[in-house]
Design a protein around this ligand. Structure first.
Ligand code: UD1
Ligand code: MG
Length: 452
């Protein structure tokens, strides 16, 4: 079936004054991803014919974050209505071709929206009798900052009034503007062009489009959506609240897919965290971006993982730190206070305690003793350490890179390895022990004599 298509316009040019930040509001992260990427992800399954992001002057970092979506600059930001107008040149082609039915406007600061709800709004606009504008409505616990939806006698939407411009009666309305709107494409820009700025803020409010449509006898309606999804993120407190909702969703999804989270409320996931079946995540674990965990892995308490790939059967932590480029093959054990960066641990490798393994490649079956450090940095450059299979690295070994240890080699405890170790060699690279019989007693007697 060929569903009519829509174009999406995401507004993100506002100054985000209430955020008090040097970076654009929409780049602040939720579950490890800029807020605005969540919107793009929610749109993706709906396959918009075009997606345009409206940004402000100097927001190059935001443009990079939304790539490959095209961007347009609204400068200065003169309100949400003016922002949608700025997208017109980029939509001209698909409007002219007549291959879109709706212009869908989304606000870049409502990152909790789900695809299903976006689809519901578009359906509400098209549902017979089709209306000119459908607005996402919601009933937040605290409606104070939001625009209020004023409904007409026949259940349609008459207008939207901003909190600032509302009279006490309008302020008592609990149904609020969620910041998403579907506009019939054939009316969209004609209506937008008529928005003025006669209000408290002297801004061109998109929300005025409803009253303008009504004055042309075009109908508008509300699609009421779950309040949780339309939470606007205008302050850092709201950012934290949105993070909490997103974490709950991600935890639920991980559990549905077959992972056990022993204390879900203490596990922090990223939007892209992948956990396999029968993974167990113990309390207090943090996943940064780019972590993939295969089946039957156990992540023990207080571990921090980012950019890591973990194969089946591995055990990580407690208190492990996996940094980008950590690759743990099947059945690897990484224990407490072990940090791993840009390092592959072959199948069955054990690094159970107190180690730093960076820029390394460690062959299958090798044992890394407690306190092993790869010295990968000389203050200027990074160097690699290569360790073969079934080697044994004794405790407290410093491997001064670039260096390699051959298959089956045995490095004695406390070694400082500065040259390559051949396969199957026993290497002892430490000062010899000297014992001086009886000297301790003599020393004690002398020192006690002096003090006494
Ligand atoms: C807006 C709505 C309000 C609604 C609320 C929902 C208007 C006038 N008000 O208020 O009815 O209840 O969202 O969250 O639309 N932006 C631009 N250019 C501008 C101004 C804003 O691109 O000139 C962008 C912002 O970056 C933001 C979005 O539009 O992503 C909404 O702007 P914001 O200032 O957050 O509006 P609210 O006061 O939250
Ligand atoms: Mg807002």
């Amino acid at each position: 079936m060929n569903r009519p298509r829509f174009a999406a316009v995401i507004l993100a040019a506002g100054e985000g004054t209430r955020f008090n930040s040097a970076i654009p509001k929409v780049l602040h992260e939720i579950a490890g991803q800029p807020m605005i990427r969540h919107m793009l992800e929610a749109l993706r399954p709906l396959a918009p014919a075009a997606t345009v992001v409206v940004l402000g002057q100097g927001m190059e970092a935001a443009a990079r974050a939304v790539a490959p979506a095209p961007t347009v600059i609204q400068s200065p930001p003169r309100g949400t209505g003016d922002a949608v107008r700025a997208s017109r040149p980029l939509l001209a082609e698909c409007l002219a071709r007549g291959d879109i039915d709706d212009v869908l406007v989304l606000y870049g600061d409502t990152p909790l929206l789900r695809s299903e709800s976006i689809a519901e709004l578009i359906d509400a606009r098209r549902r017979s009798p089709a209306v000119a504008v459908a607005v996402a409505g919601f009933r937040p616990a605290d409606p104070a900052p939001y625009g209020r939806l004023v409904e007409g006698r026949n259940g349609g939407l008459s207008r939207i009034v901003e909190a600032r411009d509302a009279d006490p009666e309008e302020r008592a309305i609990g149904l609020c503007n969620g910041g998403m709107m579907a506009i019939a494409a054939r009316h969209a820009f004609a209506l937008l062009d008529r928005i003025g700025n006669d209000n408290q803020q002297r801004e061109f409010y998109l929300t005025d489009i409803v009253a303008i449509a009504r004055s042309d006898a075009l109908a508008c309606r509300v699609a009421e959506l779950p309040a949780e999804e339309l939470l606007g993120v205008n302050t850092r407190a709201e950012l934290a609240a949105a993070e909490a909702v997103m974490q709950q969703r991600l935890r639920r999804r991980a559990m549905e897919r077959g992972a056990t989270l022993v204390a879900p409320e203490t596990v922090f996931l990223c939007a892209d965290t992948e956990l396999g079946r029968d993974v167990v995540v113990e309390p207090n674990v943090v996943f940064g971006p780019g972590v993939k965990v295969a089946d039957n892995v156990r992540i023990r308490s207080f571990s921090h993982l980012e950019g890591a790939e973990i194969a089946a059967g591995a055990i990580v932590g407690p208190f492990a730190r996996l940094r980008p480029g950590a690759v743990l093959e099947a059945d690897v054990h990484v224990g407490n206070f072990v940090e791993i960066k840009a390092t592959r641990l072959g199948a069955g490798v054990k690094a159970s305690h107190l180690s730093y393994l960076g820029d390394s490649d460690i062959g299958a079956g090798t044992n890394i003793g407690a306190g092993t450090i790869t010295c990968n940095y000389d203050g200027f450059n990074k160097f690699r350490t290569i360790i073969g299979e079934h080697a044994f690295i004794g405790s407290n070994t410093a491997l001064v890179a670039p260096v390699s240890v051959g298959d089956g080699a045995y490095v004695a405890t406390g070694s400082v390895v500065t040259a390559d170790v051949p396969a199957d060699a026993l290497t002892i690279a430490r000062a010899r022990q000297i014992d001086k019989p009886g000297r301790a007693r003599e020393l004690r007697a002398r020192l006690q004599g002096k003090n006494g």
